[in-house]
Design a binder for this molecule. Structure first.
Ligand SMILES: [Zn+2]
Length: 266
């Protein structure tokens, strides 16, 4: 330490101010992490919102347009009408600053139905969001495919209306990587995510996040559903709470909803 710095440091220490508190150098953000919750389980989404709020974070929630309507039928073993929230619930989450984005009209696997029907499903979903979700604008939206199933024709159609699509990481991320590039231009329009199920995904999340943090950085999007006993590949409430508690202490990392990460390139 040169003498001038020593004198400055000594003066600060004598004032009871620690050097680390005076460090105005900001750690660069090298890692972005989004936990992208799908489907719209009311109990789990409310709890997830509370946990995010506890750590000053915003949740990233993607919901089914029609799951609260009487016409909605159960999808597979996990998407059960009685468990799903309504747009009153989603507007409440939006009012608290959380991100709510379109997941699907009725949760069909769009790559396995006629293209014209798939396009209509996407349009109906986006129309419903425009009419029912406060502050929503498709031009800024992220469309999150059900089952992370899409193809180039569907993407081209959806991207006429939305900012970005989120689909399977295996479809859009190259070279055995798991991270998306950190968006540096507004052109970023296809994002890949990863998920694990149908059982508890705590171990998968732990390993994937630890590997990600050890790596050079980028943007990891992990697709979650519900907590504990809700949804495909649920995460334990306590595990998720402790995970966020740990992650918010890492200065080179930001945990953000997908739409918020996109804003850094705007
Ligand atoms: Zn889904």
């Amino acid at each position: 330490m040169i003498r001038r710095e020593f004198i400055k440091s000594s003066a600060l220490v004598s004032l009871g101010i620690s050097l680390s508190n005076c460090d105005t150098e900001k750690t660069p953000i090298t890692h972005y992490l989004s936990f992208s919750f799908d489907d719209g389980f009311l109990k789990s989404f409310n709890r997830a919102a509370e946990i995010h709020e506890e750590y000053g974070l915003k949740g990233c929630f993607n919901v089914i347009a029609t799951a609260h309507l009487p016409s909605f039928r159960q999808v597979g073993d996990y998407i059960i009408p009685d468990l799903m929230g309504s747009f009153n619930d989603w507007n409440r989450l939006v009012s608290k600053g959380h991100e709510v984005m379109p997941h699907t009209w009725e949760h069909l696997r769009l790559t396995e139905i006629p293209l014209s029907q798939a396009k209509k499903n996407i349009d109906k979903c986006l129309d419903y969001f425009e009419q029912n979700l406060d502050g929503y604008n498709s031009a800024n939206a992220v469309y999150n495919y059900a089952y992370n199933a899409s193809n180039d024709e569907l993407d081209a159609h959806t991207l006429q209306r939305v900012r970005t699509i989120r689909t399977g990481g295996w479809l859009v991320i190259e070279d055995d990587k798991i991270v998306n590039p950190i968006p540096t231009s507004p052109e970023t329009n296809k994002l890949g995510c990863w998920a694990d199920g149908p059982g508890l995904c705590d171990n998968y999340i732990q390993e994937t996040v630890n590997d990600f943090l050890k790596g050079d950085g980028g943007w990891l999007i992990l697709n979650l559903h519900g907590f504990d006993d809700e949804g495909w590949g649920p995460v334990s409430t306590n595990y998720y709470d402790n995970l966020l508690k740990r992650l918010v202490e890492i200065k080179s990392l930001k945990v953000l909803p997908v739409g918020e990460v996109l804003k850094i390139s705007a």
